[in-house]
Design a binder for this molecule. Structure first.
Ligand code: NAP
Length: 359
């Protein structure tokens, strides 16, 4: 049995980790921390876990040694304490942004803060299993991807890898309120949030940095690939984020330009080649019915990433649609998937919930 602890367990991502890990037969949850709720039952914050678990929150200062530590702190809070955490656990899975970007200068440029542990950046493997399974298998430290980055990277990776699109990518992201975490703010206040379709970040979204980092190494054009000069290639990625009136879920509608002569058959071939054997990726492209394209509503609580696409010959566009539950495939589910791989367990363990319909 693996001894697991969760730092930042009173947050939304921490709560999801807890929910998922409860059905994992090869782990025991040893400690879950909260400064505000130390000494109080987990269900005081996560009411869905009532009567299922008797554990109490402990203060982060009381963290004991464990086999795997999940770190679910707000961005910027994990980097200072990471050296101390590395003494507590052999394997660490960080859910925040502090160790996602391999380059210190890129991190500091996008996050507008100094990285206090730049020497640790290279120790963390980026947590998307579909791209980094082999590295995660050998890793002690994994940094899970941002939720918008997760769904965007997964939607685009086969297209980029197979050289099917030009380098300009526009990601229109529709976001849910749980993405902002548990701490209340004016924007999460019910009269301000209810019913909104709010353009909250039309430009400058920080997840752009991760998306570029992950996609550029796979980006090929026939010219460049033959010359072997991949380092010079620039991917032009832009995100526009809109906050919607939904609690969970994330939908991206991605606009790209297909390479000349691209057919639907080429697209199916690329997606099947990359994801045919992936347990948590589904290509959703039906000819009829209500759920013809990916939709976050039916993914709530699941670890699936649904991806669909449509070629528009009139406007010479390829529109790609991706959906996930931000708190599962976008965070806690991705983290458990990584843990399963790192610890040599069956990758899908505790992650096979099929979702609800209707919901
Ligand atoms: N929400 C999402 O959809 C989502 C998606 C992808 C990635 N993530 C990432 O996952 C991480 C957690 O997100 P979240 O939504 O769960 O955040 P959250 O709801 O705000 O929870 C943060 C947790 O960290 C604890 N905490 C805050 N500052 C701390 C500190 N200095 N020392 C120790 N504990 C501290 C808080 O509890 P106490 O104040 O009680 O100690 C709370 O339990 C973030 O880095 C976020 O970027 C979240």
């Amino acid at each position: 049995m693996l001894k697991i602890s969760i730092l930042g367990g009173s947050g939304y991502a921490g709560g999801e980790l807890f929910r998922i890990l409860l059905s994992h037969p090869q782990v025991t949850i040893n400690q879950v921390t909260s400064r505000k709720f130390a000494g109080r039952p987990i269900s005081a914050v996560h009411p869905n876990l009532r009567k299922i678990i008797k554990l109490m929150f402990v203060h982060p200062d009381e963290l004991e040694k464990c086999d795997v530590l999940f770190v679910g702190l707000p961005n910027g809070a994990a980097m200072n304490i990471m050296p101390a955490l590395m003494k507590k656990a052999k394997k660490i899975i960080d859910l925040g942004a502090d160790f996602r970007i391999h380059s210190q200068s890129v991190f500091e440029d996008w996050y507008k803060k100094k990285h206090t542990q730049p020497s640790l950046l290279k120790k963390f493997i980026y947590g998307i299993a579909e791209l980094h399974r082999k590295e995660i298998l050998k890793a002690d430290y994994v940094s899970c991807a941002g939720c918008e980055a997760t769904v965007s990277i997964l939607s685009l990776y086969p297209l980029v890898k197979h050289g099917l699109i030009e380098n300009r990518i526009i990601i229109d992201a529709k976001m849910s309120s749980s993405q902002a975490g548990i701490a209340p703010s004016l924007s999460s206040h019910h009269p301000e949030r209810s019913g909104v379709v709010r353009s909250y970040m039309p430009t400058g979204h920080r997840h752009t940095a991760e998306i570029v980092q992950e996609l550029v190494p796979s980006f090929t054009t026939s010219d460049v690939a033959s010359e072997g000069k991949r380092d010079d290639i620039q991917l032009d990625v832009a995100i526009s984020a809109t906050a919607l009136d939904m609690v969970r879920g994330l939908l991206v509608t991605i606009h790209t330009t297909p390479k000349k002569g691209l057919t639907e058959k080429d697209l199916w071939k690329a997606y099947r080649a990359e994801y045919g054997n992936e347990p948590f990726i589904r290509i959703v492209k039906e000819r009829q019915g209500l759920y013809r394209y990916p939709e976050p509503k039916i993914l709530q609580g699941t670890n699936y990433c649904d991806i669909g696409f449509e070629l528009d010959s009139r406007s010479n566009r390829l529109v790609v649609i991706g959906a996930i539950d931000n708190l599962v495939k976008g965070t806690a589910g991705q983290a458990v998937q990584a843990m399963n791989i790192m610890c040599g367990l069956e990758e899908t363990t505790a992650l096979t919930f099929a979702g609800l319909h209707p919901i």
